[in-house]
Design a binder for this molecule. Structure first.
Ligand SMILES: Nc1ncnc2c1ncn2[C@@H]1O[C@H](COP(=O)(O)OP(=O)(O)OP(=O)(O)O)[C@@H](O)[C@H]1O
Length: 298
C-alpha cells in the first residue's frame, strides 16, 4: 500500500533568477482533502504543474500515486483542473462532457454520474455559454472527474467566484473528498482551507513553511493574564516558565501554550502579592497563525 498519494522531496523549480518553488517536501495522504495555502505568487501553481508532469523540476523529485509525474498510467488516475478548461460555448454541458469522454476514451456512462456529482443535471441541456461562472467551474470539475480519479488536483477552484458560487464549490469539494478519493487544492484564502481541508501545507516564496491539520497549525490556546503590578507579574512568570513564553500585549501578558495551567499561574501570582484580575485562555484562529507565518502578506 502506498504510504502517500503525493510525496515531494526537495522539489525545486527555478526560472532564471526566480526560485518559484524551493526545496519543497510535502506529503498528501490517501483520502484526505489537502489544502495548499499561500499568497499569490508563492509557487502553488508551479508545484501543481510539476505534480502533473506539465513542467519539469529543476531539482528534486515528486511521486504521485507511486509514479513519476506525467506517466500515462499515473495520469489515468489523476483528475485536474489547473487551467480553465476549454469548453465549446454553443454545446450543452452534457454534450461538452461527451466530447471530452470520447476524446479521452472514457465510457459515456460516467457522464450522468459526474453531472449529478457537481449538481449540474438540471442544467445539463443548456448551452455552456449560458452558465454562470460557478457552473462553468463545476463543469470543469465534472470533466476532471470523468475518469473517476483517485486524486483530484484543483488550482484555486473558487477564484473569481461570487460568494454563492464559492460556497457551492466548497460544498462540492467536501463531498467529492469524502471516502477514498484524495483532493489536493490550492488557495490563497485561509478561511477556505480551514473550512474544507483535513490538512494544510502553507507555502511562501516557494518554501513550505508549515504543514499539519487545521488544529495542529492553529496551535493551542494562549493564556492571557492581567495582574497588577504588571511588570512584577511579568518578572515572576518569566522566572517561572522562561522569558520566551511570556509576552506583553495591550496591558496584559500572553503566555504561550503547553507551559502551565491557569490555576497554577493564579496561585503563584497571588502568593507573590499581586492582584490577579483575569486569567483565561485565548483561542488562536488559523488566520492569526497564517498571518504570523507569512508576515501578513496574502
Ligand atoms: N513560466 C515562468 N517563467 C518565469 N517565472 C515564472 C513562471 N511561472 C511562474 N513564475 C514565477 O514563479 C513564482 C511562483 O508562481 P506561481 O504561479 O507558482 O505562484 P502561485 O502561488 O500559483 O500564485 P498565483 O495564485 O498568483 O498563481 C512567481 O514569482 C511567478 O512570477
Amino acid at each position: 500500500m502506498e504510504s502517500a498519494i503525493v510525496e515531494t522531496t526537495n522539489l525545486t523549480k527555478r526560472y532564471d533568477d526566480i526560485t518559484a518553488v524551493d526545496s519543497l517536501d510535502l506529503t498528501v495522504r490517501r483520502g484526505e482533502v489537502y489544502g495548499f495555502l499561500g499568497p499569490n505568487g508563492a509557487g502553488k501553481t508551479t508545484t501543481l504543474r510539476m505534480l502533473l508532469g506539465l513542467i519539469r523540476p529543476t531539482f528534486g523529485t515528486a511521486t504521485v500515486l507511486g509514479e513519476q509525474p506525467g506517466t500515462a498510467t499515473g495520469l489515468a488516475r489523476v483528475g485536474a483542473l489547473v487551467e480553465s478548461p476549454a469548453f465549446y460555448p454553443y454545446l450543452t454541458g452534457r454534450r461538452n462532457l461527451h466530447v471530452l469522454a470520447r476524446y479521452a476514451g472514457i465510457s459515456s456512462s460516467r457522464i450522468e454520474t459526474v453531472l449529478h456529482e457537481v449538481e449540474l443535471t438540471d442544467r445539463a441541456r443548456d448551452q455552456f455559454k449560458t452558465y454562470s461562472l460557478g457552473m462553468k467551474q463545476r463543469l470543469g470539475v465534472a470533466a476532471a472527474l470523468l475518469k473517476n480519479p483517485e486524486l483530484l488536483i484543483l488550482d484555486e477552484p473558487t477564484n473569481g467566484l461570487d460568494p454563492k458560487g464559492m460556497t457551492e464549490m466548497r460544498t462540492l469539494i467536501r463531498n467529492i473528498g469524502q471516502g477514498e478519493r484524495t483532493v489536493l487544492l490550492s488557495s490563497h484564502l485561509m478561511g477556505e482551507v480551514e473550512q474544507i481541508c483535513d490538512r494544510i501545507g502553507v507555502i511562501q516564496n516557494g518554501e513550505l513553511i508549515a504543514e499539519g491539520t487545521v488544529d495542529e497549525l492553529r496551535g493551542h490556546a494562549e493564556l492571557l493574564v492581567r495582574a497588577e503590578p504588571l511588570d512584577q507579574a511579568k518578572q515572576l512568570l518569566e522566572g517561572m516558565i522562561g522569558d520566551e513564553h511570556v509576552q506583553e500585549s495591550d496591558g496584559a501578558l500572553l503566555l504561550t501554550p503547553d507551559t502551565v495551567q491557569a490555576g497554577e499561574i493564579t496561585r503563584v501570582l497571588v502568593r507573590g502579592g499581586m492582584t490577579v484580575k483575569e486569567v483565561r485562555p485565548v483561542e488562536r484562529s488559523l488566520e492569526d497563525t497564517f498571518l504570523e507565518l507569512t508576515g501578513g502578506s496574502q
